[in-house]
Ligand binder design. Structure first.
Ligand SMILES: Cc1cc2nc3c(=O)[nH]c(=O)nc-3n(C[C@H](O)[C@H](O)[C@H](O)COP(=O)(O)O)c2cc1C
Length: 187
């Protein structure tokens, strides 16, 4: 089965995670039937601030306005099977946990959960308050996967991109795409 994937980018710090994820999806395009991208307003602002460019606009995927409820994946019938939110702010996490589907990002997450498909949230903030932790629990109980933007260092990453890739590779594995990467015990 080919994948149909929604990528949402929100205004948490760590736009580099979104960039490295999109770069990876360009490489893995042959495994994916369709990719739709939605960005929050803050996502664009944080990307431009942290990465000093607006290179999100260069990717060869279809972008949807965050208020576009006519997008195919606003309905379960379009059969998008996976949604990745990277990075995922505490605000977006909270809206999903509360079922507040007031934009295309939260509506799509709501749809993915109700259809019992795969929702991966690359959450980013530290430290966490009890509201964040409870929201993560709620989303986990509803079937979502909390995959914090928490890089690992045992592969000895040298650059910001390589550090971000330690998280993105886990996300790609969770999404069920095939790729070569550092695997502990195989080197
Ligand atoms: C430079 C910058 C960094 C931010 N980093 C975070 C963060 O790491 N985590 C977070 O939850 N919010 C962070 N925020 C705040 C969110 O952008 C803000 O709460 C926003 O309302 C989130 O909305 P969104 O999820 O629709 O993008 C940051 C904001 C800015 C300007």
């Amino acid at each position: 089965m080919k994948h149909k994937i929604i990528i949402a980018i929100t205004g948490a710090s760590g736009s580099i995670y979104a960039k490295v994820l999109l770069d990876k999806l360009v490489q893995l395009r042959h495994q994916v039937e369709e990719i739709g991208i939605v960005m929050s307003d803050n996502a664009k602002q944080v990307w431009e601030f942290e990465l000093d460019d607006n290179s999100y606009s260069k990717y060869p995927f279809k972008f949807y306005d965050k208020k576009d409820f006519m997008a195919p994946f606003a309905s379960g019938s379009a059969k998008f099977n996976t949604m990745i939110i990277a990075p995922c702010s505490m605000g977006t996490l909270a809206r999903i946990a509360a079922g507040v589907s007031d934009d295309l990002i939260t509506r799509s997450a709501d749809v993915i959960l109700k259809e019992r498909r795969r929702l991966i949230l690359v959450t980013r903030d530290t430290p966490l308050n009890l509201i964040h932790i409870n929201n993560m629990k709620t989303v986990t109980e509803a079937g979502g996967i909390i995959c914090p933007a928490s890089p690992s260092f045992y592969s000895k990453p040298k650059t910001h991109e390589e550090i971000a890739l330690t998280v993105v590779n886990r996300v790609i594995d969770l999404a069920g795409l095939e790729m070569d990467s550092f695997r502990w015990g195989e080197q």
